[in-house]
Design a protein around this ligand. Structure first.
Ligand code: ASP
Ligand code: MG
Length: 452
């Protein structure tokens, strides 16, 4: 059995849906097909909700556009004999959506819970459309088998409950193809939730892992993972093979090819992932598995970056040799749900720097200044400062650990090009070297490293 996931662009137009149909029907083994909302619809659902909440009359027109888009696709691709049946289902969903928007505009309030209900309609409708264009396909609703629970203010997967529910829904299905909506889920009270933006990949991985699929295919609009962002580096190449670790390092760090939580469930069950292009199905794509990097593989497989970086530094001579400062820093941040994506501390121990998103920085500073108020007033910590508008770059590859001089070449290249490194980090696994630079140097840094 295989699990195939098609993203928003793949299900976004009548032409792309024809490709999806051909790809799915070209398979002979049993399939589960996970689909995103039609490309751009999730953003439109959110924007329309915000318009409605601010009593902006344009929400009525925005909603009509959503309805028209779905109608156009249904008329263009669903066979005529099935169209009335499909429209009966989708129009009922669209009508519910319209009623919710009306409610939001009347009370001028949009709660997180309401927004979660609103965004679910994208996948609920797209999955009904896809199920009705594929021969022999049946539809099942992820709301009945993907279960979330709450952590901080986020919905996270309730893995144990979900696994049981998936088996109860899928174990007896005989149809060759089951189509399900990605992204959406329910909590234990029956409230509609979701797995986060980009979460359809994760839905597919959860199904693949629970049902022990042979492979997870992620069908998207690029040929695979690239050696660098092709919008910045025009000679970036497709990477043909990655280990799970390398893929995780790359997608955690800017490469938008897959949603990062996707990798763990399939890695854990050792199910390979293939990234394929719906618009170029003959291209081999990127194969991600636990096969160790071949010795002829390059030490660096790819470069990725995050432009949105603020570096926070906790500094003081009184930190040297004191046990527990780092524990307090990260506990205080974790307690407030602030995510840290890079950490650097020199062996002198007199300062610790870490990277957060720019938007999280004021909150992080406040939390730390409260936590260390006694040390700041006693002078054992001299400052807690932030440096916004930076970029973080990571070079990734498992063969770095066998290649002497990679870090040397990297920093040499940056130095020769006048790019100053503000902070850097490399874990002992040696699969990733990350460094922070001024945002204005990002493009140049990516270019010179990629060339080198
Ligand atoms: N439709 C959702 C989003 O745009 C989920 C997904 O496509 O993976 O984020
Ligand atoms: Mg995606």
């Amino acid at each position: 059995m295989k699990v195939l996931k098609f993203g928003g662009t793949s299900v976004g137009t009548i032409d792309s849906l024809r490709n999806v149909k051909a790809i799915v029907e070209g398979n002979t083994e049993p399939l589960i097909v996970v689909v995103s909302a039609l490309g751009g619809i999730t953003d439109q659902l959110i924007n329309t909700a915000r318009q409605a909440a601010s009593a902006d009359a344009s929400h009525v027109e925005s909603y009509s556009k959503i309805v028209e888009r779905h109608h156009r696709v249904i008329e263009g691709i669903v066979p005529e004999v099935r169209r009335p049946e499909v429209l009966a289902v989708t129009d009922k969903l669209l009508e519910e959506l319209g009623n919710i928007y009306r409610g939001v505009s009347l009370i001028k309030d949009l709660s997180d819970r309401t927004l979660d209900i609103i965004v679910s309609y994208g996948e609920r409708i797209s999955s009904v459309i896809v199920a009705n264009i594929i021969d022999g396909a049946v539809h099942r609703d992820s709301l009945s088998f993907i279960r979330t629970t709450k952590q901080w203010d986020k919905h996270i997967l309730d893995n144990d409950v979900t696994q049981g529910l998936i088996h109860s829904v899928f174990d007896d299905i005989e149809a060759p193809v089951v189509v399900v909506p990605g992204f959406i889920s329910c909590d234990s009270n029956g409230n509609v939730t979701n797995l986060g933006r980009g979460g359809s990949d994760y839905t597919a991985a959860i199904l693949a892992a629970t049902l022990s699929a042979d492979v997870l295919e992620i069908w998207t609009d690029v040929d695979g993972f690239m050696t660098a962002d092709p919008r910045v580096i025009n000679n970036a190449l497709v990477i043909d093979r990655l280990s799970f670790t390398e893929a995780m390092e790359l997608c955690n760090f800017g490469a938008k090819v897959i949603y990062p939580p996707t990798i763990y469930p399939v890695f854990h069950k050792n199910i390979p992932i293939v990234i394929k292009n719906t618009f170029n199905p003959d291209a081999p794509g990127t194969w991600i598995s636990d096969e160790p990097a071949a010795s002829e593989d390059k030490p660096i497989k790819g470069i990725s970056s995050i432009n949105d970086t603020c570096l926070i530094t906790v500094k003081g001579l009184g930190m040297v040799g004191v046990i527990g400062i780092n524990s307090r820093i990260f506990n205080a941040l974790a307690h407030d749900g602030i995510s840290v994506f890079m950490v650097s501390q020199a062996a002198s121990e007199n300062n610790t720097s870490f990277a957060v998103r720019n938007a999280d920085a004021p909150h992080a500073l406040k939390v730390l200044r409260e936590e260390f108020a006694p040390e700041l007033s006693a002078g054992s910590l001299t400052e807690i400062s932030s440096q916004p508008d930076l970029a973080t770059v990571a070079i990734v590859g498992e063969n770095m650990k066998h290649a002497v001089g990679t870090a040397g070449r990297l920093f040499n290249t940056l130095g020769r090009n006048g790019i100053s490194v503000i902070a850097c980090a490399q874990g002992a696994s040696e699969t990733n070297i990350s460094f922070v630079i001024d945002s204005c140097n990002l493009r140049k840094a990516l270019n010179v490293i990629h060339d080198s």
